[in-house]
Design a protein around this ligand. Structure first.
Ligand code: C2E
Ligand code: CA
Ligand code: CA
Length: 413
């Protein structure tokens, strides 16, 4: 196509098409069904492309080349493809839904060789996914810069620990009471913070996924756990400490050994440590995840299920493993008093947890109304801005029994 179009005023588009939901299909129905979905998707793509070039680029990514006036012809085809794939698939008697997200680059404006055109269609796809799944996005030159930025951020993150740019904030967790005064703070959740020398504060919602992508999460997760345990062990009042573990930390290395040796090193009693995990740990590899959770629990630490209700929240996970706690996702708490559904969902999750002898924590409690509703419904614990924002531990010195006016000099006395 490049040879045919070069030097003429002909244009063509490269489409990078990402199948949405294949991972979920594999998780829910198994890989055999996932494979059949791919075959069927390929068939529909070929049919809709009407003679255009179609290729499978990787696991769930397809490439397409289409000639004509651009970007209009490419966009029109992308819309037709999306429509063709929006129709449900019937596979082995199961109904499966998928969708596609598409990035487009145009010859010659977005690249004069195959590598540049594919890379830019990929960049456009990346932006499309960030914006919203199911969208179609045409490459714009500044995307290139944004993706390069991301790479720089990766590099910066790799030296962040060494440079002392990572720190922990602590957010109080309290036993429920109907008013703030009636709530008793029993512990803290450690939340990671990155102060980048040039960009300033980078949110963990942004850098934890980056760390997971690059494998830095192992080193970082170890630092976070060690720092949180060391800090908690130094408190005169033996408050609880909750630490988030990423599913990636369960996939490689020995997370059980790590937790065990850090507890010993810090001199922290296992009963004071709580590990917050998400269902990702069980989705990725159920048997391995379950075995590791059991061994962690055997160390004497508590395990809580974070963000409950926001993903698949399969009840089979609750059946398979005796979590100590369920954390009801912030989204439901936010909507209390706004939609009747969320009140019912919160009530049902509280009942469900209690029936399984798990205690319930509500996250993201911001108003007195939310707090009193939760307390009345029997929710065991609460966490949120109403009780205290994540902050450096010095801000909660009184609660952990440390006099924050104490001079460092007194250490020597
Ligand atoms: P998460 O574990 O669900 O943590 C709760 C998040 O909700 C925190 O955001 C916290 O600041 C925020 N939050 C707490 N109370 C309220 C409230 O009342 N209202 C609102 N609007 N937000 C509230 P943060 O600190 O930005 O962390 C975001 C996510 O990043 C965490 O969600 C967790 O998934 C991840 N994360 C943070 N620190 C770590 C870490 O050390 N390790 C790992 N693996 N992930 C971490
Ligand atoms: Ca958490
Ligand atoms: Ca959460």
């Amino acid at each position: 196509m490049i040879e045919a179009c070069a030097g003429t005023d002909e244009e063509f588009a490269v489409l990078c098409i990402d199948l949405d939901g294949l991972k979920e299909v594999n998780d829910v129905f198994g890989h055999a069904v996932g494979d059949k979905v791919l075959v069927e998707v390929a068939r529909r793509l070929l049919q809709t492309a009407r003679g255009g070039v179609v290729a499978r680029l990787s696991g769930d990514e397809f490439g397409l080349i289409i000639d004509g006036r651009q970007p209009e012809a490419g966009q029109a085809l992308a819309a037709q493809l999306a429509e063709a794939l929006a129709k449900e698939f019937l596979i082995d008697g199961k109904t499966v839904h998928t969708g596609v997200t598409t990035g487009i680059s145009v010859f010659p404006h977005n690249g004069s060789d195959a590598a540049a055109l594919l890379a830019n269609a990929g960049a456009a796809l990346f932006r499309a996914k960030v914006k919203s799944r199911g969208t179609i996005n045409v490459f714009e030159p500044d995307m290139d810069r944004q993706i390069r930025d991301r790479r720089v951020l990766h590099q910066d993150l790799s030296v962040a620990i060494k440079n002392g740019e990572l720190s922990l904030h602590y957010q109080p967790q309290a036993a429920s009471g109907e008013t703030v005064a009636a709530c008793k703070i029993v512990g803290f959740e450690a939340l990671a913070r990155w102060m980048h020398p040039l960009r300033g504060f980078v949110s963990p919602a942004d850098f934890i996924p980056l760390a997971e992508e690059s494998g830095l999460i192992f080193e970082m997760g170890e630092w976070i756990l060690r720092e949180a345990c060391r800090e908690a062990a130094s408190w005169p009042v033996p408050m609880q400490i909750a630490v988030n573990l990423s599913p990636a930390q369960f996939m490689h290395g020995d997370v059980v050994n790590l937790v065990h040796s850090i507890l010993l090193e810090a001199g922290l009693s296992p009963g004071r440590l709580e590990l917050e995990i998400t269902e990702g740990v069980l989705i990725e590899d159920f048997d391995r995840g379950l075995a590791l959770l059991r061994r962690l629990k055997a160390l004497g630490v508590r395990i809580s299920m974070d963000d409950f209700g926001s993903g698949y929240s399969s009840l089979s996970y609750l059946q398979a493993f005796p979590f100590d706690k369920i954390k009801i996702d912030r989204g439901f708490v936010l909507n209390l008093g706004k939609t009747p559904q969320s009140a019912n969902i919160v009530r049902a999750v509280i009942d469900l947890g209690h029936g399984l002898e798990m205690s319930i924590v509500a996250e993201g409690v911001e108003t007195a109304e939310q707090l009193s509703f939760l307390a009345k419904e029997g929710c065991d614990a609460v966490q949120g801005y109403l009780l205290g924002k994540p902050a450096p531990i010095a801000q909660y010195a009184g609660l952990v029994g440390r006099d924050n006016t104490m001079e460092p000099a007194r250490k020597t006395g």
